[in-house]
Design a protein around this ligand. Structure first.
Ligand code: GUN
Ligand code: ZN
Length: 448
């Protein structure tokens, strides 16, 4: 039984989310309560208001009624984003992966030895993603422990939920100054993890982050697998993004039958692993992902921008592999998860053009990938991903009729039509409020 005064918010109106069974469920005239711990206390039909008032000890004047056309969606989950690369998002798109890493990425990431430089970029990026409705992000930082700790601090302070990874790499023939000695990398990773644990953050967790197989010695991969296991930590990396990368991995690890086997050999494929891209994963590799409970972060903007490849999302889903969407800033040029949703749909449509009879990803499924799918990919589905009692209230209030809305609503447009327009035409101008764990994080003083 609930005692009085246990809810901090009560909202009444429309909620659009995904369940496992239904990629889009629109709950009209619904009342949702958020408890003092930021968790969803109830979600009931609006006509239950009086009963809920009695039960939870609030009065009808505490209920915030949404504007007629407005609706909440679950906060979006960016399952793969490189915070330091934000400085060159929007430029440098005409190289393929390996050359792009050498010319843009490694020289830029070197600059994060400076915490002042890091502070400016990381603050701007976290604000930008929050404003776009990304309530959870899975970040790659750089090899620098202290500026990565700063990223964690900024994320927590601005109120975003995140996994934050200190990048591990002890091989870099392209830019030799941008790597660590194996031993140092391991020690710094341990220091990073311990420091994050000591800080007792509520929203930020550490994630073990080998950059990708080509930049890691077998010793490093092995030790990172051990560290993740000892501390039951999340793991992230890149896999099978680009054909040149595949050839490098084949040469470096001739004893492994496939790319997936490389990570698996070093215990880096767990139920808390998320691997970006996977464009060229074979069905056999997807079966390994499925059996390990490991996830794929689909980053369609990046895959197209760097001409890396096209992930067949339908095939991944058919193999029952967990999958979410990522912006992959700055391989991808957009910080917006709505962009990732659209690019995922477009990639699927290109595959449909190529393969008649292909089952195109629907806008509803793409929305599901950006929310519930992302939560599953990050093994956070017990906490976030949709509007279910007991989950944290991570949510975005969307207004399709705000004065500078990016699209128009016409007489006769149903809630479903408006939602579909938002998916295809909406942007941050439609984002009115963002909540993480029940707390309003946008707009807030931090944004002034
Ligand atoms: N593979 C290894 N590092 C990177 C990176 O920074 N971005 C992308 N897209 N792929 C990578
Ligand atoms: Zn990446």
């Amino acid at each position: 039984g609930a005692a009085a005064g246990q809810v901090q918010h009560v909202f009444k109106g429309t909620f659009a989310h995904s369940t496992t069974a239904e990629p889009l469920q629109i709950l009209d005239n619904t009342i949702l309560g958020v408890d003092i711990n930021g968790k969803i206390a109830f979600i009931e039909p609006g006509d239950q208001e009086e009963i809920l008032c009695d039960k939870w000890g609030f009065s009808s004047s505490d209920v915030k009624s949404l504007q007629d056309k407005d609706f909440f969606i679950p906060g979006m989950v960016d399952t793969h984003i490189h915070a330091p690369q934000y400085t060159y998002a929007g430029i440098a798109q005409d190289y393929s992966l390996m050359k792009w890493l050498k010319v843009f990425t490694f020289p830029t990431e070197l600059k994060y030895e400076s915490k002042d430089f890091a502070k400016d970029v990381y603050t701007k990026l976290v604000k930008r993603t929050l404003k776009h409705g990304t309530t959870t992000a899975c970040y790659f930082a750089t090899i620098h422990t202290d500026s990565t700790l700063l990223l964690a601090e900024i994320v927590e302070k601005l109120g975003q939920r995140a996994l934050v990874g200190k990048v591990c790499m002890d091989i870099n023939d392209a830019v030799r100054s941008y790597r660590e000695e194996t031993e140092e990398c391991i020690e710094e990773t341990k220091r990073f993890i311990q420091e994050i644990i000591n800080r007792k953050y509520t929203l930020v967790k550490p994630i073990v982050t080998p950059r990708f197989a080509p930049s890691c010695s077998t010793q490093l991969l092995n030790d990172l697998g051990d560290i993740a296991k000892e501390n039951d930590l999340h793991i992230q990396s890149h896999i099978s993004e680009n054909k040149d990368e595949l050839n490098i991995v084949k040469d470096m690890f001739p004893e492994c039958g496939c790319y997936t086997e490389v990570y698996d050999k070093y215990n880096l494929l767990t139920s808390k692993t998320v691997m970006a891209h996977g464009c060229y994963l074979s069905n056999k590799e997807l079966e390994i992902f499925c059996s390990k409970g490991s996830a794929v972060a689909h980053c369609p903007n990046s895959n197209i921008s760097l001409c890396s490849g096209m992930l067949d999302v339908r095939n991944v889903l058919n193999h029952k592999v967990k999958i979410g969407l990522g912006t992959d800033v700055a391989g991808g040029y957009s910080t917006s998860m709505l962009d990732a949703v659209r690019k995922a749909i477009e990639t699927s449509k290109i595959l449909t053009i190529q393969k008649p009879g292909y089952e195109t990803l629907s806008y509803k499924e793409a929305f599901q990938l950006a929310t519930l799918g992302g939560s599953q990919a990050l093994a956070l589905e017990d906490t976030i991903g949709n509007f279910e009692v007991g989950k944290d209230f991570d949510a975005v209030l969307i207004s399709p009729t705000t004065t500078d809305s990016s699209f128009d609503v016409f007489a006769g447009d149903t809630k479903k039509v408006i939602f579909e327009k938002f998916i295809n035409l909406g942007d941050d101008r439609n984002v009115m409020e963002v909540y993480v764990a029940g707390k309003l994080v946008f707009p807030s003083m931090c944004f002034l």
